[in-house]
Design a protein around this ligand. Structure first.
Ligand SMILES: *Cc1c(COP(=O)(O)O)cnc(C)c1O
Length: 489
């Protein structure tokens, strides 16, 4: 007499086994996806970087089952890839460009197939070692001492959140002290810092914007006088935020002086290097980022500066106890996992417990290619920015200060009137986006609308920058013709 449940279980098994496709089926999927990916890569540099439409078609992206991989890929191509921004294009020169180094996708694939539990050492010593080795490499690169800790996060925002939380706990900022505590920063700090304050319960902090010099870097003299004045008024200065490249202007704050001052005042020094940090790999960058090693916490973003696909940021923190305070928690059901204490569990240094084994997407490309191609690519970006800057300048565009790294901005003087001139430069950007072969963004600095270029995609080459110049010139010409036309409003 067989058990009454056996039949029912066997019936369910017939359906659930679809979750484990046969080897033949996987082969078919895989070869189709491989050729799809190859086509994508072959075309990426000849396609537009921006596909703006009045309305996008997303009608087949619901959950209705479709057994045909061919159909699904076609929908993915037309309704996901070929609409909006194309982040993996070398023509992406807006915001902070993304990457998409192909070997990372294989790292992700292996991480997902094996599904290693990278959050703790006990279940996956190998995965934890890979992530730990990456953190150690970063500590070394940025001159952080051995006892520092670090974490690979989903991106720069969460990495900054971990840094801010550590600062909060190291300095005991809670309760009534919050309203009296002061943070000092460049007004062009990334908005994720303000989000981090809110999430960390620090919304009521006093935020002081430090005056900037002509290159958009904070002025040390103003920082010092603000801190002194705040202390005199009974406030509690606790945190200085430095930028290793602001998103808006690419400015590098005077990190070394900030670090010294922060130490002498017993403040926490946090550096956001999400955009510019990895230029540390180059000689020029290392010189410009001097003092980055003085940070108490530092954020860098491998999905920007190491050209990896979206989904990986990193934070380094000198004071391990401060991070453990907010993230380390031993639950009864996890006691087994705490016998091995030789290296930290990443789960103790982050809000995440179970997480994507994201170290693989960074480790595999470095393991297979070495670090040299990454260095060369960053150096190439620095030179491309200088080249574009001097070309635009010699063509008569009004220019930003010389790029400190790879962000620059420009405008054309169509008319004297500032407001009208802003309008015409907006029109010029619209024309650039209508063309779409390069994607540029904009910002507003001292009420002036400027078109902004950020060079950080590994696929941005000399030919891309020449194309950018051509598109900008054409767009300028179109606007000039428009405004000279008597029927123009
Ligand atoms: C991109 C960026 C961030 C945010 O990082 P995400 O990876 O987008 O979360 C923070 N700071 C700076 C300077 C950045 O450029």
């Amino acid at each position: 007499m067989s058990h009454p449940l056996r039949k029912e279980i066997e019936n369910l098994e017939r359906v659930s086994s679809a979750l484990e496709p046969s080897g033949v089926k996987l082969d078919n999927y895989f070869s189709r996806i491989q050729s799809f990916s190859q086509d994508f890569l072959d075309e990426i540099n000849s396609k537009k970087a921006w596909v703006g439409e009045e309305s996008y078609n997303t009608e087949n992206l619901g959950l209705e089952q479709d057994k045909s991989l061919e159909n699904v890929l076609e929908t993915f191509r037309t309704q996901v890839i070929d609409q909006g921004l194309v982040p993996s294009s070398g023509g992406h020169l807006g915001y902070i460009p993304g990457g998409g180094v192909y070997l990372s996708s294989i790292g992700d694939y292996l991480a997902a197939v094996s599904n290693e539990y990278a959050g703790m050492v006990y279940p996956s010593p190998g995965a934890a070692a890979i992530e730990n080795n990456l953190i150690n490499w970063l500590k070394d690169l940025f001159g952080f001492p051995e006892q520092s800790v670090g974490n690979l996060t989903s991106g720069g925002s969460i990495a900054n959140l971990i840094g801010i939380t550590a600062a909060r706990d190291a300095k005991g900022i809670k309760g009534a002290l919050i309203e009296k505590s002061v943070v000092y920063c460049n007004q062009h700090l990334h908005h994720c810092m303000l989000k981090a304050f809110r999430i960390a319960g620090l919304e009521d902090l006093v935020v002081r914007h430090i005056e900037l010099d002509d290159d958009y870097r904070i002025k040390m003299s103003h920082l010092k006088s603000l801190v002194e004045e705040d202390r005199k008024n009974g406030l509690n200065p606790f945190l200085i935020l430095g930028n290793a490249g602001t998103t808006d202007t690419g400015a590098i704050d005077p990190l070394s002086e900030m670090g010294d001052f922060s130490e002498s005042e017993n403040l926490w020094f946090h550096i956001d290097g999400a955009y510019g940090g990895f230029f540390q790999l180059t000689e020029e960058g290392k010189e410009k980022l001097k003092g980055i090693e003085k940070a108490d916490s530092l954020v860098v973003d491998p999905h920007k500066g190491l050209f990896l696909p979206y989904g990986i940021g990193a934070v380094l923190i000198k004071d391990a106890q401060s991070v453990l305070h907010s993230n380390h928690y031993i639950a009864n059901y996890m006691l087994d996992a705490y016998q091995e204490e030789s290296i930290y569990n990443s789960a103790d240094l982050s809000p995440e417990l179970t997480k994507h084994f994201r170290g693989m997407r960074m480790w595999l490309p470095i393991k297979l290619l070495g670090i040299e191609p990454f260095k060369a690519c960053l150096e190439e970006k620095l030179l491309l920015a200088k080249y574009l800057y001097s070309e635009l300048k010699s063509r008569g565009f009004e220019m930003s200060p010389e790029p400190q790294l790879t962000v620059l901005f420009f405008s054309w003087r169509f008319v004297e009137d500032e407001e009208l001139n802003n309008q015409y430069n907006k029109l010029m950007l619209e024309e650039i986006l209508k063309d779409g072969r390069v994607f540029l963004s904009s910002t507003i600095l001292n009420d002036k609308f400027v078109i902004r270029v950020a060079i950080l995609s590994f696929r941005t080459k000399l030919s891309t920058i020449d194309l950018c110049l051509e598109v900008v010139e054409n767009s300028k010409k179109i606007v000039l013709e428009q405004i000279q036309n008597p029927s123009f409003k």
